[in-house]
Design a protein around this ligand. Structure first.
Ligand SMILES: [Zn+2]
Length: 54
């Protein structure tokens, strides 16, 4: 399974295959989580916490 990181700029990551939003219901998205977009692409997503602008 592919593993992608995304930045905190986006509340939800975008599917790298079809650019659909991938719903995230994780309490701690800095831990890798498995997400499936509306088109059915499944991948592991992980929030990249390096860019901390808050
Ligand atoms: Zn997709």
């Amino acid at each position: 399974m592919e593993h992608f990181t995304y930045t905190a700029e986006f509340t939800h990551p975008l599917c790298p295959y079809c650019s659909s939003r991938v719903p995230c219901d994780q309490d701690d998205p800095t831990e890798p989580w498995i997400g499936t977009c509306k088109s059915g692409h499944t991948a592991v997503y992980e929030l990249d916490g390096e860019d901390d602008n808050l």
